[in-house]
Design a protein around this ligand. Sequence first.
Ligand SMILES: Cc1ncc(COP(=O)(O)O)c(C=O)c1O
Length: 364
Amino acid sequence: MIPLCIPRIKGNEWKYIKDCLDTNWVSSVGSYVNKFENDFANYLKVRKTVVTMNGTAALELALRTLDIGVGDEVIIPSLTFISPVNTIKYVGAEPVFVDVCRDTWVIDTEKIEEMITPKTKAILPVQIYGHPADMDKIMEIAKKHNLYVIEDATESLGSLYKEKAVGTIGHIGCYSFNGNKLITTGAGGMLVTNDEKLGERAKYLSTQTKTVLENGGFYHEEIGYNFRMPNLLAAMGCAQLENIEEYIKIKRENAKFYNELLKDVKGITLPVEKEEVRNVYWLYSVLVEDDYPLTRDELIFKLKENGIEARSFFMPIHEMPTYKNCKCGDMRITNQLAIKGINLPSSVELRKEDVESICSIISN
Ligand SMILES: Cc1ncc(COP(=O)(O)O)c(C=O)c1O
């Protein structure tokens, strides 16, 4: 089977994790926690980083840090993994769904303003599959309406927008280190911000709002959370991060090779990379249009028969039972992409001959 997206673990992972085991620093305090936060901040050129137990926790923490809660609305695309939408509900706020662009598959900035109400507190663009949204436009709208921007950059770590790391442009950005992501800690996440105060608040909330008194006692001024990542996993994160640019190079080369082999296949629409953007192609994906001889699902089954794992695009969240009564705009493009989009194998380990065999099935 050629898998959809599996991690590469070939660096210092064993060495750093062994160090934690040898020194007994296995839990949520330890040098690798600090190192991972510092290394990640340096890599992204961002001021503050707060490591968390997963990407979902980072997103919930972002909302809590910005004091978003009951009575508030958050604008979000419906074409997304469900996690960021769920976190809006966790804090008691309401998601408001906006359509996406046909070419980049991320939130359509032309359709945001019509959904803004006096209750709107934030815009939450989800940078899916590796391509960022038009962040200049989003920041302009946010400024005009006095809104926060929380970037869900879980799928776009390493992507750039006008030379800035995706996830560092909004007020807060969130990443995931789940096993299928560009770098992994097994499970993990990170919140980042250039606002020192927000960063400190996020760290405080994520560590049970704990103040250690002179006598060693713990004092808690308000409700806090345990969103911490253990040192063991942070050790793995440090090792993975050492190789991130190599992983990106390989992903981009694989995407280029896929593009070359699929560019003339009738009915297949390729992914884009807009000007002034670096797309990491976290999941290399294409659209199966109406003039392709098979439907998208038929193609998924055909690939499966040939030992190739592929996946359909996210199903629209505004159609899920929990969210079907939420406010949403015209979802024409989201609905179209949900039945046409397909994610193809995208592991760093993917070989050229794998891409060739995948593309020969698609083109034949
Ligand atoms: C777009 C998006 N947001 C959030 C998450 C949540 O991250 P985690 O699984 O680490 O909680 C994921 C994926 O896992 C995701 O793809």
